[in-house]
Design a protein around this ligand. Sequence first.
Ligand code: UD1
Ligand code: UDP
Length: 388
Amino acid sequence: MSRLKVMTVFGTRPEAIKMAPLALELASRPEFDALCCVTAQHREMLDSVLNIFSLKPDYDLNIMEPRQTLSTITAKCLTGMDGVLEEARPDLVLVHGDTSTTFAGALAAFYHKIPVGHVEAGLRTYDKWSPYPEEMNRKMVGAIADLHFCPTPSNRDNLARETITQGVFLTGNTVIDALQTTVVKDFSFSEDILNRIDYVNRNVILVTCHRRENYGQPMTNIMTALRRIADAFPDTELVYPVHLSPVVQEAAHTYLDRHPRIHLIAPLDVREMHNLMARCHLVMTDSGGLQEEAPALGKPVLVLRRETERPEAVAAGTVRLAGVEEETIFQMAAQLLSDRDAYNKMAHAVNPYGDGRACRRIADAIAWRFGLQAMPPEEFYGPVPEPM
Ligand code: UD1
Ligand code: UDP
């Protein structure tokens, strides 16, 4: 039996965290010849993930530059992928999520008439400007892809509304696979400050913020609200690993520097991040990935955005949309910091996003689609009954 050549393509931190377990799963199975291409849309933040998962890419386009524009990322990925695909000639290209790398990777594969599998398919806000440019990236990849690996049933419903019903698999999110390998009981942090914080007697708020649509006034509002929270609640400690984007660095340091209980630190490696999340009191974030991870760890999340493409944990009551206005963000955080019942209502572990077996299902689905195994995988939520 000849092996199926499957190439994973990714470039940013979140794609790497969510694709690493899949790349490792593919590499471990005899039916696949697993190749990995990174665009390095992110550099340091990508390399950190590659190190943690001991993943060695076969191709590295090394495209990152400071303050890169969407056009330069897309153009460099697209032309870079040309040479890679010509040389490697994979049978299938797998992309993840909704970044510029995702879109350019899928488009390059399409130009080379190579089938595309989309991991984390079917997330939608139906607002083309938010998240920007991610909503359009994932829609365009949805139109190109041949295989769609949906984390949740509502993601699959979104695709069905766009008449995408073929090659769709309900798998759960691979981030839960990753999370199960990283969180441990007695974790020692490499950042000294993280070892010194009293997680039992202090309310530690884990903060991240980086989205392009929050650049400018929304980010100013968010930072101002965070400082007010630290001032108003002396028992809080804010820990904010600041994204390396110069725009974000500038905003965070302008508004949050020189406060004794606000800790602006360098981005954490994924193990440190997950273990910090497991120990914190509350998460405030505009990140997509954190909205999936924190509920699984029983941590309430205030989402610093106007909308979310991840409604499942909102419905389960562990995630709330706080928006991007200073007063609302402050009031919502204040309620959780002062009202024990309100906090407890949100602080229960739910995991609508996966069961830790998404990568195995994706590999099985690929093997089945290409005739290498007899049966498709069981779906994440078990078989959905046929309508009567
Ligand atoms: C990108 C994705 C976004 C994702 C985010 C995850 C797009 C359009 N955006 O946004 O969907 O949520 O990654 O973090 O694809 N930088 C470094 N070192 C790094 C990483 C970034 O210096 O390791 C700096 C560079 O100056 C770079 C800038 O950050 O130009 C912005 O990076 P970029 O990938 O363009 O955008 P993100 O905001 O990270
Ligand atoms: N993350 C990390 N270190 C950090 C901040 C985030 O490892 O300092 C992880 C986080 O746990 C999640 C992923 O990075 O798995 C989310 O990435 P990000 O917020 O940059 O992107 P998004 O998910 O919004 O696309």
